[in-house]
Design a protein around this ligand. Structure first.
Ligand SMILES: Cc1cc2nc3c(=O)[nH]c(=O)nc-3n(C[C@H](O)[C@H](O)[C@H](O)COP(=O)(O)OP(=O)(O)OC[C@H]3O[C@@H](n4cnc5c(N)ncnc54)[C@H](O)[C@@H]3O)c2cc1C
Length: 393
């Protein structure tokens, strides 16, 4: 078993690290101070994404993407996750269900989004529907040869910079027909309700949008009527793995910063790293990062190159998201502790990470929901998905 990265993957990882160091990290302080980027910074960052070939890493070249497999995407996102301010969201990755669109839909939405001329946001959650999307009240009713959409969506990440949405709604108001609709933001009836403030500083916003009698053409349906869960599940799996990647990138940076700080900071006449209480925090951080990263790499490698089935991947992605996000939560808490009072200052990356990594235990399914998925897998197919090591035979 050769676990080393091959030359191409290693080069890609280095390229993503350079992009993080040269493009994303220099924007961190400005993003924190101004709660986002200035128009000039946004234009320059977009140019850098295109110049570096990091636009739409998750889509096929024929759709304008970079055609990276899941393992390669993970390598890249892990490096981007080192940056605070959610600057990893600057390199756009159009939602994966767009790849299931018709040729016409791809031409209108996916390919311009891959080029960076358009941007999507995925709207599932509502005031009364979070962990259980079957409770969504957003409904699309047939009207002549089209649809009329009504409802309200919460926490729409990047909704401020998006110009179209993937809206998870019930066709005919029927919960048995969950369906994803492509909705242009400038259509009559699409209204920004408000833009709430969140714990973290995120380069973009998470507004609430209302859809009030929005008239949609027949071909606004992505995939089939009733296929909404399947499409949304594809999105969850991809995002859960990428959350694993980003939280591990952030954790690695937090460890490096904490080690450097502990070696340089002197109290009681010696570097604080010499106090075992501090050294043991660092040791736990290192060991936990190694464990979670090993799992992340394994699952992503198997997904891309080892023949994991769709069902297995769904079940394993939940374990990756659970373990990586919970690990990151512990790691960053120790990092703040090691930094002492400085760890509580917003100008310190570890402070920002401490606020930012909290949401990784909530969005794309809370930690409890990941356990529900894992529990379902155990009851349906037994423990093998988690306990067996895959083999060729
Ligand atoms: C910053 C941010 C960005 C987001 N971006 C998006 C986005 O772009 N698009 C989008 O659609 N959504 C987005 N979300 C929504 C996010 O996915 C939901 O917040 C999340 O799925 C949880 O739903 P909820 O907040 O309604 O909590 P609830 O579902 O009300 O859960 C509340 C608590 O109950 C627990 N719970 C619920 N059901 C169970 C159960 N069966 N077993 C055990 N415990 C349970 C939960 O784990 C949680 O602890 C975002 C959220 C945030 C905070």
């Amino acid at each position: 078993m050769d676990l080393r990265l091959d030359a191409d993957d290693a080069a890609l990882q280095r390229r993503a690290r350079t992009f993080t160091d040269d493009v994303l990290i220099p924007l961190e302080n400005a993003c924190e101070e101004h709660d986002g980027l200035t128009p000039d910074e946004a234009v320059a960052a977009k140019r850098a994404v295109l110049d570096s070939g990091f636009n739409a890493i998750n889509h096929a070249p024929e759709d304008g993407g970079q055609g990276l497999d899941t393992f390669q995407q993970m390598l890249v996102e892990e490096q981007w996750g080192r940056a605070t301010g959610a600057l990893w969201d600057i390199p756009w990755r159009p939602s994966i269900p767009l790849a299931r669109g018709t040729e016409r839909q791809k031409e209108r939405y996916l390919r311009p989004a891959a080029r960076g001329d358009r941007r999507d946001a995925y709207a599932i959650t509502e005031e009364h529907a979070g962990s259980d999307p079957s409770m969504v009240r957003t409904a699309a009713r047939r009207d002549g040869d089209g649809w009329v959409l009504d409802g309200e969506k919460w926490h729409v990440t990047s909704g401020d910079v998006a110009d179209f949405f993937l809206v998870h709604a019930h066709a005919d108001g029927d919960p048995a027909k969950p369906t994803v609709f492509l909705v242009d933001k400038d259509l009559p009836g699409v209204r920004l309700v408000r833009t709430p403030k969140y714990t973290h500083t995120f380069v973009f916003e998470h507004p609430i949008f209302a859809f009030e009698g929005v008239r949609l053409p027949e071909d606004a349906v992505l995939g089939q009527v009733g296929q909404g869960y399947e499409l949304t599940k594809d999105w969850f799996v991809e995002e859960r793995l990428m959350i694993g990647a980003r939280t591990m990138g952030a954790s690695a940076r937090a460890l490096e910063l904490s080690l450097a700080f502990a070696e340089g900071r002197e109290q009681f006449g010696r570097p604080i790293v010499e106090f075992q209480a501090v050294e043991f925090m660092l040791a736990d951080m290192a060991a936990e990062i190694m464990a979670a990263t090993s799992m992340l790499y394994r699952v992503c490698w198997m997904a891309a190159r080892g023949g994991t089935t769709r069902k297995e991947l769904h079940a394993q992605a939940s374990a990756v998201k659970l373990v990586c996000s919970e690990t990151a939560g512990r790691v960053i808490d120790s990092a703040v502790q090691i930094h002492g009072g400085r760890g509580y200052m917003r100008e310190q990356p570890v402070e920002r990470m401490w606020r930012e990594l909290r949401v990784d235990r909530i969005w794309e399914g809370t930690s409890e929901i990941q356990r529900v998925v894992i529990g379902n897998e155990l009851r349906k197919r037994g423990a093998g998905t988690y306990t067996m090591w895959p083999s060729e035979g």
